[in-house]
Design a protein around this ligand. Sequence first.
Ligand code: FES
Length: 239
Amino acid sequence: MIMNFRIFRYDPEKDDEPYYRDYEIEADPKDRILDCLNRIRAEKDPTLSFRMSCGHGVCGSDGMRINGASALACQKLVRDFKENEEVLIEPLQVFRVVKDLIVDLDPFFERYNSIRPYLITKNPVPDKERFQSVEEHRTFEDAIRCILCACCTASCPVNQDKATEAYIGPASLVRAFRYLFDSRDEGSTERIALLDNKDGAWGCQTKWMCTKVCPKEIPVTKEIFEIKKRILESRKGKK
Ligand code: FES
């Protein structure tokens, strides 16, 4: 089938302003949008820039806006669109455009690193392992699916608003949830101190966009709500 793409283009080293370029290609209904982009780059325009790696929804590198919604290009199939329908491809919002569909994710990873995204332990390593039951593991199983594609943060109205853009964002909070609710983690006091502020968990205004766009179907908003509940419980415990 014939697919028409309108793609955001911008090379800050050459272009005064961003612009859109149209491409028409023949595609199989089973092709992914990522396949189409690769074909456009190989056959029509080698200057088109975008990130990709695994091609299978694992690495999180091909997050972009497809018809206005953040998504992974490798998870969208041509058959999900109508023949001759114009498919609009743009970079993720919130982040600075480096070139075309590539955005600068350094601020995203700086915030992610700020929540201490690793197991904090204080007791000595046990002889065998830090044991965890299946039920305890299930508590944060959904959060482990996060591949840090940044689709949630780019779609969050709080992150999009200049007045509140310092908000740590949903992806960092999903990772914070993953460790806060891990029965083996011994750093909850430090974690709660990092999250209990207006740019931390309280920055979330429960807009649900993160949950809507997450390509791994993580219940992001619900997990942020659980963090807020845990913070309030810890405040009560201190009284
Ligand atoms: S290319 Fe790896 S997630 Fe899409």
